[in-house]
Design a protein around this ligand. Structure first.
Ligand code: ZN
Length: 380
């Protein structure tokens, strides 16, 4: 019997032909890292391979001295009997899909990805494959993203209204990825519409410390100061402060009174979540693929077999099976935990966990199903 090119193990996805793990759940000998969010990149492994543009943010996550090798987009590296390459995923800076080819059979592991434009990273590129392992964070038809241009206009209007009333605007977004996307998006909008912002943009320290790897990778970010009592007071209610959601309700935030808060996340698509988590306002801005995007990408890969992971996979698996795909759920290490476990170093992908419900309604299936599915191999 032919072996699966990518297998699920108790340490996550494993490529036997190359003896390496993809986004392992703990320390392993060799790890390929799709991106630097804490639920995908963990320290302590013997060696790391990641995209060239992802190196800086990965080092910020796992330590500057970590044994990290990089690979330019699309360049093939022979590892054991596998041909391995990385392809842009459009999720955060340096985020990659992993293409693995063994004896002519191609599997692609998506990591996290999105299709919407984002000035902080290379756009997603569909990679033809036989088997596609996809994230499924927002795997329900209710999740459809508005165009980010409109979302940035809404953010600007909200900021202007607050500034007119002398209230500091505090915009929550995860420290790695979302915060930089907000900063770059506001800068792009300012230049594009040739007008000035109502006041300065200031950031929380967890966001500030991740700006250098973005600048080094060539992302266009304006000069941005840290938010503290002094800098916010000096702006007299006209500042926009970008901070991680974990800063909400802390003494650090209370120094900025009076203020108005908002949360930028895909979860803001749901009114109940907005009420519970969104502060005064919610802006629908996600770094994960939405439902129509998920289906479009699956079709674009040409894959006949689709493994779904990260999120509520059950409904999407059923939908794909009814539409003729060989689809299944893969277990996720952190599936089911809520969004409150943003690591203290600020490198989590809080958006990848549902902030309210904690149970996947359909039990993910284990390695045996992955094996069974792989026996029904389509003709290449
Ligand atoms: Zn992520």
């Amino acid at each position: 019997m032919k072996q699966d090119v990518v297998q699920i193990t108790d340490r996550g996805l494993f490529v036997p032909a190359a003896n390496l793990h993809i986004d392992p759940w703990g320390p392993v000998e060799r790890a390929v890292i799709t991106h630097a969010h804490a639920d995908h990149a963990r320290g302590g492994s013997g060696g790391y391979l990641t995209s060239r543009s992802g190196e800086g943010v990965l080092r910020a996550r796992i330590g500057s001295g970590a044994p990290v090798e990089t690979l330019p987009w699309g360049e093939v590296r022979q590892v054991g009997s596998a041909r391995l390459s990385l392809h842009p995923a459009g999720h955060i800076l340096g985020s990659a899909q992993v293409r693995v080819e063994v004896a002519g059979e191609v599997w692609v592991v998506s990591g996290d990805y999105k299709l919407e434009p984002d000035p902080t990273c290379r756009p997603f590129e569909p990679v033809p494959c036989h088997t596609f392992i996809s994230e499924c964070t927002f795997g329900l038809p209710i999740y459809r993203w508005p165009h980010p241009d409109g979302v940035f206009s809404e953010i600007s209007r909200w900021w202007s209204e607050n500034a007119e009333e002398g209230r500091t605007s505090i915009l929550f977004g995860y420290s790695l990825g979302k915060a930089q996307r907000l900063l770059a998006g506001l800068e792009y909008q300012r230049r594009n519409e040739a007008r000035e912002h109502p006041g300065p943009i200031l950031v929380h320290g967890a966001v500030h410390r991740l700006l250098p790897p973005y600048r080094e990778a060539g992302v266009d970010l304006p000069t941005i100061d840290r938010a503290n009592g002094e800098s916010v007071r000096a702006a007299r209610g006209r500042a926009l402060v970008v901070a991680p959601p974990s800063a909400g309700g802390t003494p650090w935030i209370r120094k900025f009174t009076p203020y108005s808060t908002a949360f930028a996340s895909g979860w803001m698509r749901i009114r109940g979540t907005r009420r519970r988590r969104g502060g005064d306002r919610g802006f629908v801005l996600s770094d994960h693929v939405d439902w129509p995007g998920l289906l479009a990408v699956i079709a674009a890969t040409g894959a006949e077999r689709v493994g779904l992971t990260h999120g509520t996979t059950g409904p999407a698996v059923r939908f794909l099976r009814e539409a003729g795909w060989d689809a299944w759920s893969l277990p996720t290490r952190f599936q089911g935990e809520d969004g409150s476990d943003e690591p203290s170093d600020g490198t989590g992908d809080g958006e990848s966990k549902h902030p309210v419900e904690s149970k996947d309604p359909v039990e993910p299936t284990g390695p045996s199903q992955l094996q069974r599915a792989s026996q029904r191999r389509p003709a290449p």
